[in-house]
Design a protein around this ligand. Structure first.
Ligand SMILES: Cc1cc2nc3c(=O)[nH]c(=O)nc-3n(C[C@H](O)[C@H](O)[C@H](O)COP(=O)(O)OP(=O)(O)OC[C@H]3O[C@@H](n4cnc5c(N)ncnc54)[C@H](O)[C@@H]3O)c2cc1C
Length: 382
């Protein structure tokens, strides 16, 4: 008799990457005969974050796009650049809409089971993987885990670790201070205090926006520090009285640590835990879409999961960039300003998306002070 706790694939963690993978498996008839289990410890029925990313105008996510913008602005002291994003749009998805959409799609699939369960351990036993949950034990032929890991903390010396950390307030202001057509992608025109600090603003109307005080740095701040900076920014813009309708907070690891080296023939780490976060920016959502496509193609080869090639030349650029930014954290505003000053916007967004040609990458690299990067390269090679 078939054991009810035996599965072909077990996905541990039903957040962004876990659900993207489950959706992609369910949309490909090649996997129709696979028995799939998703284990997620939370109910995932509230809006626990918003995801933004850029992509071309029409996409599979259109039905749940909360808001999109065609123009972005980059600002630093004494410099600003308005960027027409075409052929891209900057898009926002509320996580609650994402969870709801994918969970309802999966509910109609007889080969997919979702359980509210906390995973305690995952053990590759060569011919199968044992997943120990709080309630029960499960067996899988292949396991994909997006459960957060701290393994990169042990390798901070070799792979410097910064965080993209922020507090964001969804505000409603008394005065009309926002331009709803244009996002502030990075506004560095504020005190840097030895770090890389910027304001990130996503406007919904002239009176409403998500205003996020963001740092790329090693250490988190006390909550009051982020909040004081947001208040100061709103006062400077003459917002008048304002109410905080909602808030979000995050700390996303920025590291080139090769998380995939912890994969085994039957276990693959995915999402942030798998190194799918772009190390130089913290953006993860778009990269997870692409990585999911790669995983789907790879699964059809029937090779061990640790054989999937995960790094490319962009990983090495990010490694060097983080070497520089962690050593010279106060220079972040200058590095990003030079990149935006000296390059066409489309090239920058393609580069951040890892879609450029080598020639385009060379142009981007030549916008930076060569000495800083040559030193970092020298240290990596010797
Ligand atoms: C507030 C916030 C805003 C962000 N905004 C953006 C953005 O705008 N653009 C962008 O590209 N990236 C953004 N990110 C970064 C990244 O996209 C998200 O963190 C994304 O959710 C990462 O996907 P993931 O699958 O790795 O992790 P998650 O989405 O966090 O999924 C992991 C899942 O595992 C579950 N889990 C954890 N432990 C267990 C366990 N023991 N057993 C079972 N389940 C478990 C969790 O409940 C969670 O649902 C943001 C992150 C945060 C925190």
């Amino acid at each position: 008799m078939e054991n009810k706790n035996h599965f072909d694939y077990i996905i541990c963690g039903g957040g962004a990457s876990g659900l993207m993978l489950a959706q992609a498996l369910s949309n490909d008839s090649y996997f129709d005969h696979k028995k799939i289990l998703i284990l997620e410890k939370e109910a995932k029925n509230s809006n626990d974050r918003t995801w933004c990313f850029w992509e071309e105008k029409n996409s599979a996510w259109d039905s749940i796009i909360h808001k999109q913008w065609d123009i972005a602005e980059f600002k630093a002291s004494g410099f600003s650049k308005e960027i027409a994003l075409d052929p891209f749009q900057y898009k926002m998805i509320r996580s609650v809409d994402f969870y709801k959409k994918i969970k309802s799609e999966l509910a109609s699939k007889p080969n997919i089971t979702t359980l509210k369960e906390e995973v305690i351990s995952i053990d590759d036993q060569k011919n199968r993987v044992t997943v120990l949950g709080k309630k029960e034990q499960y067996q899988g032929q292949k396991v994909f885990s997006s459960i957060p890991t701290t393994v990169h903390l042990e390798h901070k010396k070799k792979f410097p670790l910064l965080q993209q950390h922020f507090i964001g307030w969804f505000v409603k202001t008394e005065h009309p201070i926002f331009d709803p057509t244009t996002i502030q992608f990075m506004d560095f025109d504020l005190p840097q205090n030895g770090n890389t600090r910027f304001m990130y603003v996503l406007p919904f109307s002239e009176y409403e926006a998500l205003v996020e005080y963001t740092l790329f740095s090693a250490d988190l701040l006390k909550n009051e520090a982020y909040e004081t900076a947001i208040k100061h920014y709103l006062n400077q813009k003459n917002a008048g009285e304002f109410t905080i309708e909602d808030r979000e907070q995050g700390s996303i690891p920025m590291t080139a640590y090769p998380f995939w080296e912890n994969n085994s023939p039957n276990i693959m780490h995915i999402g942030t835990a798998g190194g799918w976060t772009k190390a130089s920016t913290g953006f993860t959502f778009q990269k997870s879409i692409r990585k999911t496509e790669e995983v789907i193609a790879f699964l059809k080869t029937d090779k061990g999961l640790n054989k999937m090639k995960q790094s490319n030349r962009f990983w090495f650029y990010d490694l060097l960039f983080l070497d520089v930014l962690s050593k010279h954290n106060e220079k972040g505003h200058m590095l990003f300003s030079l990149m935006f000053k000296k390059n066409k916007s489309e090239r920058i967004f393609k580069f951040l998306d890892e879609q450029t040609t080598f020639l385009e990458e060379l142009k981007i690299m030549l916008s930076f002070p060569v000495g800083l990067f040559v030193k970092a390269l020298w240290k990596r090679i010797f």
